[in-house]
Design a protein around this ligand. Structure first.
Ligand code: AMP
Ligand code: MG
Length: 313
């Protein structure tokens, strides 16, 4: 029966995407098809309709994310006894993997006031004078905020490894350093959602060509992207090892098949929604007498003696 119903969020098929997309060691990226759509409940629809459907769902999930984000923010403002929660989405991908697009679509549906978005490029001379986690610590979201990292400390075991920016002993030691750093974060109320957007070699080729073809996209292109592409297998191996070594119970890694942009956005939106659901969020109770305030508002703020009260004093 097809009646015009209120659009509503349709749950992923086969359980939470948090379970479907989560990876455990040893990670075999070759076994994950970048064009696949795990959990998509309308797999039987034709391509065009699936895409439209997924885009509508992202809007709906985005509204829900906005509500959850507001509760997170409100709880931190109210300063509850628990350490205030923060959520940090870490996005990693090869060039053209869709990190920017994901942030645009998913964060775009949320309240900018509560977002803390940071991108990481090559370290500056100042950053190079410190250990690799220094700039990461400075970029963490404050309590109550949702952070999004466009690249992260993982670059220090990815590009740093493949491009031999540091000796092998240095990057090898970083897996443990990352794990203890992330343990520290989760222990202080940060919920980490680490996502690798997994694109294929062919799809990257098409997207790079698009960037070269459209002059409005030249700013996104960097000749070094082709150098990194030439090291594709080395990067995939570096990703696989980083995910294998640093996928922990407290800070899991998810691999999102990302050749289809609409699936990518749908999956990341649901990953965030499901993560918020684990946080037991709610609106904090008022720390003032609501009935009394209502009465004061009605009477123009007059106290018992008829004189206006100044800020309750
Ligand atoms: P984009 O994300 O396209 O703006 O490019 C950022 C560039 O910064 C990429 O080429 C990354 O490999 C590079 N990058 C990010 N973090 C690091 C790092 N820790 N060390 C070296 N290069 C980095
Ligand atoms: Mg780039």
């Amino acid at each position: 029966m097809s009646t015009s119903q209120e659009p509503r969020i349709v749950a992923p098929d086969g359980g939470a995407v948090r379970e479907l997309l989560r990876v455990t060691a040893p990670v075999d990226l070759g076994a994950i098809d970048p064009r696949s759509t795990p959990g998509l409940p309308v797999a039987e629809m034709d391509g065009g309709r699936r895409k439209t459907w997924a885009r509508e769902q992202v809007e709906l999930v985005g509204e829900e994310l906005g509500r959850q984000q507001e509760m997170l923010f409100a709880m931190a403002q109210a300063g509850s006894e628990r350490p205030a929660h923060r959520v940090l989405l870490v996005l990693q991908a090869m060039d053209c993997g869709g990190k920017d697009g994901t942030i645009k679509r998913v964060a775009g549906a949320m309240n900018p006031l509560g977002l803390h978005i940071r991108s990481f490029g090559p370290p500056t001379p100042q950053e190079l004078r410190h250990d690799f986690l220094w700039r990461i610590r400075r970029a963490l979201p404050p309590p109550g905020y949702v952070g999004m990292f466009n690249r992260s400390h993982y670059e220090d075991v990815l590009v740093a490894r493949v491009a031999s920016l540091v000796p092998e002993g240095t990057w090898r030691a970083r897996y443990d350093e990352i794990n203890s750093f992330e343990r520290e974060l989760t222990g202080s109320g940060v919920t980490l959602v680490k996502v690798m957007l997994h694109i294929s070699y062919a799809e990257q080729g098409e997207r790079l060509l698009e960037r070269l073809t459209d002059p409005r996209k030249h700013w996104k292109y960097n000749p070094s992207d082709v150098d990194a592409r030439a090291r594709w297998d080395d990067y995939q191996a570096a990703y696989a090892e980083a995910l294998s070594r640093c996928a922990t119970d407290a800070a899991p890694w998810f691999v999102v098949p990302a050749d289809r942009k609409w699936y990518r956005d749908w999956a990341v939106a649901h990953l965030l929604r499901e993560t918020f659901d684990t946080l037991d969020l709610g609106y904090p109770a008022a720390d003032f007498d609501v009935a009394r305030e209502r009465e004061r508002l009605r009477t123009g703020g007059a106290g018992a003696d008829g004189a206006p009260e100044m800020n309750g004093r």
